[in-house]
Design a protein around this ligand. Structure first.
Ligand SMILES: NC(=O)c1ccc[n+]([C@@H]2O[C@H](COP(=O)([O-])OP(=O)(O)OC[C@H]3O[C@@H](n4cnc5c(N)ncnc54)[C@H](OP(=O)(O)O)[C@@H]3O)[C@@H](O)[C@H]2O)c1
Length: 280
């Protein structure tokens, strides 16, 4: 439950894990400020939430990779009297294939959304989070944060960035009573990329696979327990722990073998609309 004038800001709210976060927070009585690309999926999530829950839902369609996007989100919140005490940086995209075949424009797009937007939103909303403390920041990383994946080099590196940034921030913000958590899921069945990854990994993926609703509900519970690193599922947890103790060269050989099927994947062709299409 949250203060009636306080809101939970969720990015990437129109699909997958972000949408699951919306329903779980609304079920817990939070007012929501939801942000995703401006399309009908966002309006339909907004409508579903309003029909089901008696909380305030404010939706904003915004491409977070645009220059000054974080400032626009912040100004919108300010002019609508929205004060944030939970920030869920969930929006993220990725691509797979040989790095040499990747496209610089897409790589920059992934880094802007996964990292730059997250840093800027956190920076913009921090004064509000401090003012409303105790507050929470939940950043969506991946189990790949500590397992650098060949053939997903840019994506995997952005997830490592989120991991390091969040850990550093969690220590820095302790005196202000702001808890920072990082979620590191394995495979979650949300979109075509996830499906491709699951198919690439065969039986191994079934061991890792989670549904978005399970990830969201587990992550929120762990966040309130003050967990810094949240790994949904026992198998991903065991893999991360075991990999940690392996010699680096062995670890990298194993990861290359597991993800070799990604080698043949095409990186996404470039144009704004194609980038948007490609992440679905
Ligand atoms: N799925 C997995 O297996 C998995 C595993 C580990 C970590 N993760 C991480 O979990 C997060 C959510 O993943 P998901 O699989 O749920 O993703 P998803 O189903 O593809 O949904 C992505 C969300 O981000 C929004 N989005 C994309 N580009 C955006 C932009 N430029 N500006 C604003 N919003 C944008 C999308 O909005 P629209 O709907 O309007 O396009 C959508 O709501 C990501 O950070 C991902 O890296 C996922």
């Amino acid at each position: 439950m949250t203060n009636s004038s306080s809101y939970t800001l969720i990015t990437g709210a129109s699909h997958g894990i972000g949408k699951a976060f919306c329903f779980e927070f609304a079920r817990r009585g939070h007012n929501l400020f939801i942000v995703a690309l401006p399309d009908k999926s966002l309006s339909s999530v907004e409508r579903e939430l309003k029909e089901k829950y008696d909380v305030s839902i404010v939706a904003l369609g915004m491409d977070l990779t645009q220059e000054n996007a974080a400032r626009s989100v912040y100004n919108f919140a300010l002019s609508n009297g929205i004060r944030i005490n939970h920030l869920i940086n969930n929006a993220g995209i990725g691509s797979g294939g040989l790095f040499v075949n990747s496209n610089s424009e897409l790589n920059a797009h992934i880094m802007r959304l996964n990292n730059q937007a997250m840093v800027e939103l956190t920076h913009k909303f921090l004064p509000s989070l401090i003012e409303q403390a105790p507050s929470y920041i939940l950043n969506m990383s991946s189990m790949e944060a500590t397992l650098p994946l060949p053939y997903k080099s840019v994506y995997t590196a952005t997830k490592n960035f989120i991991y390091s940034f969040s850990l550093a921030l969690s220590e820095e913000l302790k005196p202000q009573k702001i808890k920072v958590s990082i979620v590191c899921p394995g495979a979650v069945l949300t979109n075509e990329d996830g499906l491709k990854r699951i198919e690439s990994m065969g039986w191994r993926a079934r061991l890792l696979l989670k549904m978005p609703e399970d990830v969201a509900s587990f992550a929120i519970k762990q966040m309130y327990k003050g967990k810094r690193v949240i790994i949904p599922g026992i198998v991903p947890l065991l893999i991360i722990r075991i990999m940690y103790f392996l010699p680096l060269s062995l670890k990298m050989r194993i990861l290359e073998k597991i993800f070799r099927n990604y080698k043949g994947h095409d990186h996404v062709q470039i144009s704004e609309t194609e980038i948007v299409e490609a992440k679905r």
